[in-house]
Design a protein around this ligand. Structure first.
Ligand SMILES: C[S@@+](CC[C@H](N)C(=O)[O-])C[C@H]1O[C@@H](n2cnc3c(N)ncnc32)[C@H](O)[C@@H]1O
Length: 285
């Protein structure tokens, strides 16, 4: 049975599905950076799962890169998948699956690669990693991106001056995600991060985007800090202190990770990752 939090997320994306692609500037940029990383990996996956595929931006990129692989777009939101259905050429369509990443309707060891762009922040990472590990074949690869703790730091700071409630979600540090990968059973996790800054005209638009990326806290977490007009005015005034020329900056820490399911028979990971020197940032292995 689907729980209330899942229903909230599903409804949120069902409503956004039509307009998602035109407003998902950050999501598309991060997805493109993930797709560029495919060239680091020397594997020939037969079956690829795009987990939290949304409208299928990544799905299409995967189909373009891996011409003979079967790519399955999986998402909690049926409306997002209906947009994804249009991706791919006339002769080649992605598989479509409406499911929860924490409980995937796949047999054990049935998928060669899991790709997931900016979905993990909506899930319990430990449960999700375990599920990814279960469905991956030995030697299979997980590649994902998510948000790190410095995401929306300007907004978090502005709220902290006004009250003690949690208004912006805490995102998990990449080192902790690396540890979660290891404790879930993945091998050779490599984590790195990028900082990206978007510019906004006003604070209210930053707050709207906070919902779009899954950074707003559940109701029970911000009950103590219910939004009143007075508080909103204070937050806006605080945030305005970050204004740079004509724009308000909003920082996004993008965390990237990949890891392998060990092939126990051969006691090794079967693929190889070659990271170009220019792309090495803050990498933890
Ligand atoms: C920010 S969007 C990213 C979509 C796509 N990967 C992209 O790059 O544009 C996050 C997606 O994750 C999906 N999602 C959230 N929680 C999920 C879950 N537990 N299982 C499957 N999909 C989920 C949402 O429905 C949404 O489509």
């Amino acid at each position: 049975m689907i729980n209330l939090e899942r229903k909230r997320i599903q409804k949120h994306f069902d409503v956004k599905a039509q307009s998602y692609e035109s407003s998902a500037v950050l999501q598309k940029e991060v997805c493109n950076r993930m797709l560029e990383r495919l060239s680091w990996v020397k594997i020939r996956p037969e079956i690829i799962l795009d987990a939290g595929a949304g409208t299928g931006w990544g799905t299409r990129g995967l189909m373009d890169y891996y011409k003979s692989s079967k790519v399955i777009a999986m998402d909690l939101s049926l409306s997002m998948l209906q947009q994804a259905r249009r991706k791919g050429g006339v002769f080649r369509k992605p598989g479509l699956l409406c499911a929860d990443a924490e409980r995937l309707p796949f047999a054990d060891s049935s998928v060669d690669m899991v790709f997931s762009n900016l979905m993990l922040q909506w899930c319990d990472p430990k449960k999700t990693f375990k599920e990814f590990l279960r469905i991956l074949k030995p030697g299979g690869l997980l590649m994902f991106s998510t948000f790190g703790p410095d995401t929306l730091k300007e907004l978090r700071h502005s709220w902290s001056v006004v009250d003690d409630a949690k208004h912006v979600n805490e995102f998990i540090d990449m080192h902790d995600l690396g540890d979660d990968l290891m404790s879930s059973g993945f091998a050779e996790p490599v984590m790195d991060m990028d900082m990206m800054t978007l510019t906004y005209d006003d604070v209210m638009t930053v707050m709207t985007d906070l919902k779009a990326i899954g950074a707003n806290t559940p109701m029970k977490d911000n009950m103590r800090g219910l939004l009143t007009p007075g508080k909103l005015k204070q937050v806006i005034a605080q945030y305005e202190t970050f204004r740079n020329e004509n724009y308000l900056p909003a920082s996004f820490e993008i965390v990237y990770g990949h890891a392998w399911k060990v092939d126990k028979k051969n006691r090794q990971v079967s693929g190889e990752i070659k990271i170009p020197v220019k792309d090495i940032g803050a990498i933890k292995k």
